[in-house]
Design a protein around this ligand. Structure first.
Ligand code: FES
Length: 253
């Protein structure tokens, strides 16, 4: 169930030159979002319905919803210019959510994918082996916050400016190879498609359950435009309606 509502921006601050944290307040009440769900947010001071973009919920408390985003493209640039006091139209929470883990679990976040996984880390505190990778240390946003709610954190960057230099998925593979009980843990992932495709290859044949959140381009966000189709083993599915979380083995990469 999702709903349409208006919300007031209460904060839209820079975390560094590329990333911002948006806070909005809705009244009188919101539907409590589940980890992995997302919202369609109006990203400009116009009523053009095309000016909505999908954003994973990063955190919520009472009626305050927070979204972590990277400024990339016209939509997020426009969103970055909105100020406290501006009112935007919102749809959400939308989509399915990550199934809750029974015990410890593995989370694999590529770049801004941390925004989708953070609520899961927070809800199941100190139970995640978090693998977090980005191009460089500036793009490891909310690293301290994510580390504080994880059991253990493994970091990789393309340029080696923080953690291991190289692919995050290599670290995941080593972790799984190092101890057979690690293969009992479910995996949750969100990030660039090549990273998740490689993860899918790594877990193949190990009998590991892996849930991937896809970040397709979306126009309507409510299942009407078919603009977010993904191929799966059981046919075409809409990321906004049947997702965004899929069993990784279902996805045809
Ligand atoms: Fe329109 Fe998914 S975004 S159907």
């Amino acid at each position: 169930m999702c709903r349409y509502f208006k919300a007031q921006i209460t904060g839209n601050s820079f975390l560094n030159s590329h990333f911002k944290l948006l806070s909005i307040t809705a009244s009188p009440e919101i539907i409590i979002p589940k980890p992995g769900q997302f919202y369609m947010l109006q990203v400009g001071n116009s009523y053009d319905p095309l000016l909505k973009r999908p954003f994973s919920i990063y955190s919520h408390e009472d009626n305050v919803l927070k979204f972590l985003y990277r400024i990339r493209g016209k939509g997020t640039l426009s969103l970055s210019q909105l100020k406290a006091g501006d009112v935007i139209r919102v749809i959400g929470p939308i989509g399915n959510s990550y199934p809750g883990p029974e015990g410890d679990f593995i989370a694999v976040a590529g770049g801004i994918g941390i925004a989708s996984l953070f609520p899961l880390l927070e809800r199941y505190k100190n139970r995640a082996y978090l693998f977090y990778g980005a191009r460089n240390r500036d793009e490891l946003v909310m690293l301290d916050e994510a580390g504080a709610v994880s059991k253990e954190i493994f970091i990789a960057t393309d340029d080696g400016s923080n953690g291991r230099k190289g692919l995050l998925t290599e670290m995941v593979e080593e972790f799984l190879d190092s101890y057979k009980d690690n293969n009992e843990l479910p995996v949750y992932t969100c990030g660039p498609a090549p990273m998740m495709r490689e993860l899918s290859r790594i877990i193949e044949g190990r009998g590991i359950k892996c849930y991937a959140s896809l970040e397709e381009h979306m126009a309507c966000g409510v299942g009407a435009c078919l603009g977010c189709i993904v191929k799966t083993a059981s046919g075409q599915k809409r990321v906004c309606k049947e997702g965004p979380v899929f069993d990784i083995e279902e996805i045809v990469w």
